[in-house]
Design a protein around this ligand. Structure first.
Ligand SMILES: NC(=O)c1ccc[n+]([C@@H]2O[C@H](COP(=O)([O-])OP(=O)(O)OC[C@H]3O[C@@H](n4cnc5c(N)ncnc54)[C@H](O)[C@@H]3O)[C@@H](O)[C@H]2O)c1
Length: 334
């Protein structure tokens, strides 16, 4: 049994609270938000704080979930680690490569502490099945990867939480906030990316600073080719599509299902992942799996979770995409 606390009771907190409260081996010990009005989001009687330092000093939890705006992930986790607790931190690991490297250095300097970064889509059953297929070598090398994120964000998404539309507090838009998981899986499944040529823009008229639309052509170190397309300006939210073409087989994930695609048009279902209930069905439903895996790692001392160092490469890809688009040229990955 571990005792967990949470900082940040905004939109994503419901999924973290569910992951803690449905695990009989995990106890919600306290919650914190600057906004007192959010106290009602945690079960009655849960100690509530507006100051996370005071919460950690008084409650002494084993794990703290960091569900804060992006610019706070690294500095708050640093403080928590130095206060002696393990941390389950939402994605992204950092705003940019420099901060991601500082975060990885913090992890390396504290081998006694565990920090898990919430790239939960690596743990979808469909992703795990496809990763096993790729790693088995049975179908030869990866030759192509395509990731599509056709999502929609209304104007209120930014106006209700203004940090989301800013470079300073969010570090970007549709990439760092929405499609980061898919970009991460393109690297996780396809292998190291060597060069990228990208277009980045904003097709909405909300007046936000950050990007809403990205197209990137990728050259993998293996010689494989990749295409990444992500938008927040679709008319609605539709399932992420992820395709991995190998020398002897083409595999496709969509709507929580992994298929093998055959040249004659047949599709064979290889794996299915549970669908998240409600309007956020398109997120991927593996938060609880990762929260439980981390709980077990904290209890047993295992290394089996997503480390800070595992979450740095997607920030390199993102920053290379921004730079490539700015310079309008093919660039080596940072
Ligand atoms: N893994 C996923 O699939 C996924 C999905 C959605 C969001 N997220 C991530 O979750 C994080 C939070 O996003 P959100 O949409 O819930 O944001 P949000 O703005 O809805 O919530 C953030 C909360 O943090 C609180 N807060 C800010 N500063 C604080 C401080 N110093 N002390 C205590 N509380 C403070 C705010 O009052 C707010 O309630 C982001 O990193 C986002 O990228 C991840």
């Amino acid at each position: 049994m571990i005792r967990s606390a949470i900082i940040g009771l905004g939109d994503i907190s419901f999924i973290h609270l569910d992951g803690i409260l449905t695990d009989p081996e995990n106890q919600l010990a306290a919650a914190c938000d600057l906004d007192e009005g959010l106290r009602s989001r945690v079960p009655e009687g849960t100690p509530f704080y507006t100051d996370y330092r005071q919460m950690v000093q008084e409650i002494k939890p084993d794990v703290v979930h960091v569900c804060l705006p992006h610019y706070l992930h690294y500095p708050v986790t640093k403080e928590l680690v130095e206060m002696g607790v393990d941390v389950f931190c939402e994605k992204p690991v950092a705003l940019n490569v420099a901060q991601a490297e500082a975060f990885a250095a913090l992890e390396a300097a504290h081998p006694e502490r565990k920090i898990c970064i919430c790239l939960q889509n690596r743990m979808n059953e469909t992703t795990e099945a496809l990763k096993a297929i790729v790693d088995s070598g049975e179908y030869g090398a990866v030759v192509g990867v395509r990731g599509i994120v056709p999502w929609h964000r209304a104007k209120e998404y930014y106006s209700l939480k203004p940090w989301r539309g800013t470079w300073e507090y969010a570090g970007g838009g549709s990439m760092i906030n929405q499609s980061l998981h898919t970009l991460d899986l393109m690297y996780y499944l396809g292998g190291p990316v060597r060069r990228i040529h990208a277009l980045v823009g904003q097709l909405n008229d909300y007046g936000v600073e950050v990007e809403g639309d990205v197209v990137a052509r990728m050259e993998y170190a293996s010689g494989a080719k990749g295409l990444f397309f992500a938008t927040n300006n679709n008319y609605t939210n539709e399932s992420v599509q992820l395709r991995v073409a190998m020398e002897k087989g083409v595999f496709h994930i969509e709507d929580n299902t992994l298929w093998r695609l055959y040249p004659d048009g047949r599709r064979e279902v290889l794996a299915e992942a549970p669908r998240l209930e409600g309007i956020k069905f398109y997120y991927g439903a593996s938060h609880s799996r990762l929260i439980q895996r981390f709980r077990k790692a904290v209890e047993t001392g295992s290394d089996d979770y997503i480390h800070v160092r595992d979450a740095v490469m997607v920030i390199r890809l993102m920053e290379t995409i921004f730079r490539s688009a700015k310079e309008d040229t093919l660039l080596d990955v940072l």
